[in-house]
Design a protein around this ligand. Sequence first.
Ligand code: SF4
Length: 338
Amino acid sequence: MNIHVDQPVEKPPLTIRLCGPRGFCAGVDRAIQIVVLALKAYGAPVYVRHEIVHNRYVVEGLEAKGAVFVEELDEIPAEHRQQPVVFSAHGVPKSVPEDAQARNLFYLDATCPLVSKVHKQAMRHQRLGRHVILIGHAGHPEVIGTMGQLPEGTVSLIETIEDAEVYVPADPANLGFVTQTTLSVDDTAGVIAKLHERFPLLQAPAADSICYATTNRQDAVKEAAPGCDLFIVVGAPNSSNSKRLVEVALRAGAKQSMLVQRASELDWDQIGAIGTLGISAGASAPEVIVEEIIEAFRSRYAATVELAITAEETENFLVNRELRNVPLTREDMAFVNG
Ligand code: SF4
């Protein structure tokens, strides 16, 4: 009789370069806290206009707690008008709070303070008689919100360097620009340089519009990506800052880069034979999913994790005044923090 003994299969070695900072930024953390605190303070349902942040895991976790996501305010049933409605971290056009007031709705604005700062800079340009150029991606909720701070006809959207090359303003001597907060730092610098070359009197905002979280995550990816066989960015396909990280990784030298929402999406055939893996996460991706993905690689590789830390972040934004006395426990946020 032949006895067959299975030999343990040796796992191939893998170095994982884990970027820091990665994942949640202060604006996303605040927005999630606002929904959780509103649920505690006012009970379910709490309505949320648009995905509070671009992450299904977070959205589903909040739905399980009693949040109801709507795209427009008229979806809120009349019998729930006394329940709060939260506006997402991306910001909303001025018409949305006006509409909420007209409908007698109680709203809590979770717009990130750094997006509100861009709104103020755009309005300042306009107050000073400048036509506003917004550099950003058409259709993104943040762009819709920023354009909606200004009267129609006073703002133009520029998406690319090609747009900047052909843009014809009514008065080239009276222009001011702001940008979406989550753009590629390098691409945006190119668009701004082109606009400055064509319109030397173009006025910049008083402070950079691209936020600290976007800049820090891109810097960390630039540092970690060279020499990576694969670079994974944890994030959603509609998350602007996550998509930019994939582009940054490829430009910085990663052989392959992909956006992944959950470990179950990993396509092991496509991943193939790799020795060095970079991992980062967009500003709306919870750490629990990063850990899930590292575990998935550990199950197939003898993985060693190296930290690639390029900055420390200490930013923390206060929630709305109405919610500051509501206690927030670790358990309240456990569904996103793992
Ligand atoms: S990515 Fe930047 S602007 Fe957007 S929510 Fe985070 S901190 Fe705010």
